[in-house]
Design a protein around this ligand. Structure first.
Ligand code: HEC
Length: 155
């Protein structure tokens, strides 16, 4: 079953396809991204919600009372790897709400804050490279396929 955010993402994708507007290519992880640096940055900035071992918050699939979702795991039991680089980067830099609004999805209250003020783009890519480095090769390949799809669709 899809949760509310997945439904919204599907809806947003349909809006983008229907509008047919040419989008700038979404961001992609640069080759210079450093997973070793990302490991420390992850502990300092992300682990408080997503877990020291990337395990996420307890009962992360159930909505909180205020309608937000708990922080999902970033290990391969979560759905981080279901998303291409562009969405992961925008979610981390601008926060969940803005990242979804950029994709035509409004009315979603996200508990994911943006890190544009605290982290550089390079540091965000380091963290994402670290998260990816914990996944088995097969999962890394599937996520790379999502990134390719994003690049083709322009969003
Ligand atoms: C204050 C708690 C909090 C912190 C700190 C936090 N997050 Fe999140 N994050 C969330 C929540 C809650 C979600 C759930 C999605 C939503 O509600 O939008 C989320 C979702 C995400 C997603 C989307 C995952 C998916 O599968 O949809 C990414 C990517 C992400 N966070 C990256 C990060 C990174 C990288 C950091 C550290 C730089 C970080 N988060 C720090 C709370 C947090």
């Amino acid at each position: 079953m899809m949760n509310i955010k997945q439904k919204l993402l599907v809806a947003g994708g349909a809006v983008l396809l229907a509008s047919g507007v040419a989008q700038a290519a979404p961001p992609m992880q640069p080759a210079s991204a450093d997973p070793a640096a990302g490991a420390g940055l992850y502990q300092d900035n992300c682990a408080s919600c997503h877990g020291e071992n990337l395990e996420g918050q307890p009962d992360w699939k159930s909505q909180n009372d205020d309608g937000t979702l708990p922080a999902p795991p970033h290990d391969d039991s979560g759905h981080t790897w279901h998303h291409g680089d562009g969405l992961l980067f925008d979610y981390s830099k601008f926060g969940g709400q803005v990242a979804l609004e950029q994709r035509g999805v409004s009315g979603f209250v996200s508990g994911m804050p943006g890190f544009a003020e605290t982290l550089s783009d390079a540091q965000i890519w380091d963290i994402l490279a670290f998260i990816k480095s914990t996944w088995p090769a097969r999962v890394q390949e599937m996520q790379a396929t999502r990134t390719d799809g994003e690049q083709r669709q322009g969003g």
